[in-house]
Design a protein around this ligand. Structure first.
Ligand code: ADP
Ligand code: MG
Length: 709
């Protein structure tokens, strides 16, 4: 399926591993992009042919220059340029004409600067694509490939050499961040096979490069920095491909806080913004999302070193009680477990350590005076061998002979056979530098902050076990073929009627135009009843005093009738009142919200969370793409904070299967509405031991005039 070396080359091969590169604007001037780029390419020992292009010079750094692309003796595989914006189009046209297979446009101020730049950018891509030339950028920092010894990037980070090489690939939408991560990782002995800054992604986008990394036999783990997804379906397909190839894909995504704030109509939009939807897609497709790019690199390095394996029970090795205590707190706070060592490990530690220092966390400062000289190495090795320990956290504080200690840690980590992750945290400042050097020398990476290590460990622990094959869920046979297409904002009663067509259980609901009719309806439904305002101008009915519960008899109906009218008129003076809805009062132990909306990128999604008054208090909804499969719904319900209530914690279990079925059916409505903008809320779905019922709902289909209250 994927191109291995020796088989048919990957579509990006000529760009990622060019046999020749033309540098337009090459010079000796190190204040210019072209000058720096040209020198960096030579500096890192590129083995292909370099064509410096500069009409004003005969040679540059000893290489013959050429006056123009047209003057080249052969077509270059790759062309790089950092010219001013208005010169880019002509040069790309010339390169495409000359037969270049790829180009990197460093220059900025294209689509990143507005519609005018975007138009030029589109034109440039068309010109190149017409001749089969592919483009990276514009507005990017280029390419750094240690694996292919191709450096087409001007960053001063690249003054050092040689480039370290770890089996990690990096694709970044930010060039500066890529260079920064290279630099930081480098200090810790971590390198990359290939790093690509994709900039505006005018042609080649992040997923194209991820696809190359999936096919690249030297890359085992893929790191990405994402600002926006260009093609959601492509993203999902690429994630599945990475998973099938057994290559972990890690991602940091910017824009977490721009969560949708369209709270006016439904709660769904306010509790599940677009970042949450992406996070849900990543969870389902096995892409691990992290907040901190350095934690991502750290995780990648350990994943590359020891391979995929489950991580939950953590052993802590430290040099001080304080370091150990803080690490133990952080481990527990993030839902990881402190390992309980096996009897074998405990017996060994009892020999080496004074009582109390031999439990998790193990403090190497608590050694017996007669303990062996290589105690740190032996302890780390014993911890990694321990059958009850999945991984190690090693917070190192200032201590005597940190370099010696770190050399032993590196030995212990490298010598172990089980292939378990070990995250060393170098907490001292300069006093730790000797130790840092020893770790890197010993092939063991580190971080300076506990937070980074714990984030990496936590992300590892939550990595989904390898794929349940993504299967399209089956449409229940008893639901209609097609949802209504007309744009509309449906009131409670019409919303429930539409949900009922999809088989979502809804409560009976009769609208009364007069108090007499209200009493009649209440009698026919049977007491107790609930009464609610029916008005297109009142969206949040109870906020306006429009809901009365627990109505037990005819008098109470009459009283509620008056109260509702009075209260609603006070709250929303101009409200049109279409009557009062009389409903059976549902009884249950839990209220859920089941919502749905169309995500602009990933299409229809369902959102489930604690409902009623808990909606805003427990903002950890679960999100699934619609339509959803019952198994997926059930699995995710178990991650909700209210799951223990559903499962019958201290009482009877609730009707979980009925809830799953209602959510699946709601997801099919969402899927059917999904070609247009829409949102809906069932809030609440009241859940009892033997059933669940939707007692309130609202649905908006298409862009209709917003009602408000
Ligand atoms: P809104 O959300 O517009 O304020 P709801 O119809 O959701 O109004 O009513 C508010 C609350 O009243 C619900 O969250 C639920 O707790 C309760 N409620 C509403 N209808 C019923 C009903 N038929 N049976 C039992 N409780 C109900
Ligand atoms: Mg409600």
């Amino acid at each position: 399926m994927t191109a291995q070396s020796g088989h048919s080359p990957h579509a990006l091969e000529a760009l990622m591993n060019p046999r020749s590169v033309a540098v337009i604007g090459a010079s000796e001037d190190q204040t210019k992009f072209g000058g720096r780029l040209y020198r960096m390419l030579l500096h890192h020992g590129y083995e292909g042919t370099v064509y410096p292009i500069n009409p004003g010079r005969d040679t540059l750094f000893g290489l013959k220059t050429h006056a123009s692309l047209q003057a080249l003796p052969a077509a270059p595989d790759m062309v790089v340029l950092a010219l001013p914006r208005d010169k880019v189009k002509d040069q790309i046209a010339a390169a495409a004409e000359r037969g270049a297979k790829g180009g990197i446009i460093i220059t900025a101020k294209f689509s990143d600067a507005g519609p005018e730049g975007a138009a030029i950018e589109r034109e440039i891509v068309e010109i190149a694509r017409a001749k089969g030339m592919r483009l990276i950028g514009p507005n990017c920092l280029g390419l750094i490939s240690a694996a292919n010894r191709v450096v087409l990037c001007s960053s001063p980070v690249l003054e050092r050499k040689p480039l370290p090489l770890s089996p990690i690939g990096l694709v970044s939408q930010s060039g500066a961040l890529m260079a920064t991560l290279f630099d930081r990782a480098w200090d810790r002995g971590i390198g990359f096979t290939h790093g690509v800054s994709v900039g505006n992604q005018a042609d080649i986008e992040l997923c194209d490069v991820v696809d190359y990394l999936i096919a690249d036999p030297r890359t085992r783990v893929i790191c990405t920095y994402i600002e926006g997804i260009k093609d959601a379906e492509r993203f999902v397909r690429t994630a599945r491909k990475a998973r099938a190839a057994g290559k972990p894909w890690l991602a940091v995504k910017a824009g977490r806080t721009e969560a949708g704030s369209k709270a006016a109509f439904s709660h769904t939009a306010s509790i599940a913004g677009s970042h949450d939807v992406l996070a849900a897609v990543c969870r389902d497709e096995g892409v691990t999302l992290l907040d901190d790019p350095n934690a991502m690199i750290l995780l990648a390095a350990e994943l590359a070193r020891v391979g995929e394996r489950p991580v939950r029970r953590i052993g802590i090795f430290t040099t001080s009680g304080g370091g150990g205590a803080l690490a133990a707190d952080a481990v527990s706070a993030h839902g990881l477990e402190l390992a309980r060592f096996t009897a074998t490990t405990e017996a060994a530690f009892a020999d080496w350590y004074s009582p109390g220092q031999a439990q998790n966390p193990v403090d190497v400062g608590g050694r017996k005076s007669e303990a062996k000289a290589d105690l740190a190495r032996a302890t780390v090795a014993a911890l990694l061998d321990d059958a009850n320990t999945d991984g190690l956290l090693l917070p190192i504080t200032t201590a005597p002979d940190v370099p010696g200690l770190c050399a032993q840690i590196a030995d212990g980590v490298q010598g172990e056979r089980g292939g378990k992750p070990a995250f060393v945290v170098m907490e001292p400042g300069k006093a730790g530098d000797g130790g840092r050097a020893k770790l890197v020398e010993g092939g063991v990476t580190y971080t300076d902050t506990l937070g980074e290590a714990v984030e990496a460990l936590t992300a590892w622990a939550t990595r989904a076990p390898a794929a349940d094959a993504a299967q399209a869920p089956a449409r229940p046979g008893d639901i209609p073929g097609q949802a209504p297409a007309a744009a509309a904002t449906l009131n409670e009663s019409d919303s429930k009627a539409l949900l009922a067509q999809y088989g979502v259980p809804v409560g009976a609901d009769l609208t009364a135009a007069s108090v007499e009719q209200a009493v009649q309806h209440a009698r026919s439904l049977g007491y107790p009843v609930v009464m609610k305002i029916v008005s297109p101008d009142v969206v949040h009915k109870s906020d306006a005093g429009g809901v009365r519960l627990d109505i037990q008899d005819d008098e109470a109906v009459a009283a509620a009738w008056r109260r509702i009218h009075d209260d609603v008129r006070k709250a929303v003076p101009q409200a049109r009142i279409d009557g009062i809805s009389i409903q059976n009062q549902a009884r249950g132990k839990l209220e859920l919200i089941v919502g749905a909306r169309r995500d602009p990128q990933f299409g229809p999604v369902v959102v489930v969370g604690a409902g009623g008054i808990l909606v805003e208090l427990l903002p950890t909804p679960l999100i699934l793409r619609a339509p959803a499969a019952p198994e997926a719904v059930k699995r995710l319900l178990q991650t909700l904070p209210v799951w223990p209530i559903l499962a019958g914690y201290r009482g009877t279990p609730l009707a979980v299967d009925a809830v799953v079925d209602a959510i699946v059916r709601a997801s099919w409505l969402a899927a059917d509405l999904g070609s247009q903008d829409f949102e809906f809320d069932i809030n609440p779905l009241i859940v009892a031991a033997d059933r669940c019922v939707a007692v309130d709902a609202r649905i908006r289909i298409g862009n209709t005039e917003e009602t408000s209250a």
